[in-house]
Design a binder for this molecule. Structure first.
Ligand SMILES: NC(=O)c1ccc[n+]([C@@H]2O[C@H](COP(=O)([O-])OP(=O)(O)OC[C@H]3O[C@@H](n4cnc5c(N)ncnc54)[C@H](O)[C@@H]3O)[C@@H](O)[C@H]2O)c1
Length: 256
């Protein structure tokens, strides 16, 4: 039986980490041919091995999404391997904990730390879309999913630059959806709540897992597969009339 993404090529950034890896494995099971981009090459290699273990085809590409030359080379390497980019999951990102700003209020964020996080989480998504959209336009179709966050839809204390970047990702998503709808390119965002990945463990260590779970109506953090399933759906033809959407995957957090 054919998979949901049978024969389609898919580029996943941050593919060496929690959400990126789970999505890569879900895509591999559905027949996609994968390009796994990550700043940490060994992490991308591990995801490639995991994708191959479920019968998928995958290559690893080292790329820092905040660097234009790296992103351009990553997109070119994907096209060289597979001839086109049907799906892109622009997911690489860092949180406040990764820049030493856990629970810090706005006035305490050094300007250069703010700039650094914006370069990765916002400019990184712009750069990926810039090169992907150009290619998808010339090939006549494509699907993009960007990783925002519940912090892209509401304020979250202690997240200054992260919150700004994730709101910005939704702005980029909606604008690209409008600009490229006629080019048969769909662009959506996922907005995860707390999901059990290495990134989230850093915040949990600080705040305690019980405090987290108490904030989530479903009483638990999500699993990376919970997000992977939505990204898979959005990239598939089953979502053929969905574009410009920002979809929460948050156990009910935003309904409160
Ligand atoms: N885990 C959560 O609770 C949660 C919630 C909301 C949103 N998110 C978002 O999901 C995305 C993935 O996060 P995760 O939880 O899987 O984190 P993670 O730390 O497990 O994985 C992130 C991956 O991105 C890579 N990466 C970091 N900076 C990069 C760069 N400049 N260029 C290329 N790769 C880079 C890392 O090496 C890592 O493999 C991020 O954008 C994050 O903001 C996560």
């Amino acid at each position: 039986m054919l998979g949901l993404l049978s024969g389609r090529s898919a580029l996943i950034t941050g593919g060496g980490g929690g959400l990126g890896r789970a999505t890569a494995i879900a895509f591999a099971r559905e027949g996609a041919r994968l390009a796994i981009g990550d700043m940490v090459e060994e992490a991308a290699d591990e995801t490639v091995a995991a994708a191959k273990a479920v019968g998928g085809e995958a290559i690893a590409i080292r790329c820092d999404v905040s660097k234009s030359a790296d992103v351009q080379a990553m997109v070119e390497a994907t096209i060289k391997a597979y001839g086109r980019i049907d799906c892109a999951f622009n997911n690489a990102g860092i949180g406040p904990a990764q820049v030493g700003m856990s629970n810090k209020k706005m006035a305490d964020w050094p300007e250069e730390t703010f700039d650094h996080l914006i370069r990765v989480d916002l400019k990184g998504v712009f750069l990926c879309m810039k090169y992907e959209l150009s290619r998808m336009t010339s090939q006549g179709s494509g699907v993009i999913v960007n990783t925002s966050s519940i912090a892209g839809l509401v304020g979250v204390a202690g997240t200054t630059a992260y919150n700004a970047a994730k709101h910005g990702v939704i702005g980029l998503t909606q604008t690209a959806a409008l600009e490229y709808a006629e080019s048969r390119i769909r662009v959506n965002a996922v907005c995860p709540g707390p999901i059990k990945t290495p990134m989230n463990e850093a915040s949990v260590k600080l705040r305690g897992s019980e405090a987290y779970a108490a904030k989530i109506p479903m009483g638990r953090r999500g699993d990376p597969q919970d997000v992977a399933e939505i990204v898979l759906f959005l990239c598939s033809d089953r979502a053929s009339f969905i574009t410009g959407a920002a979809i929460p995957v948050d156990g009910g957090w935003l309904a409160q």
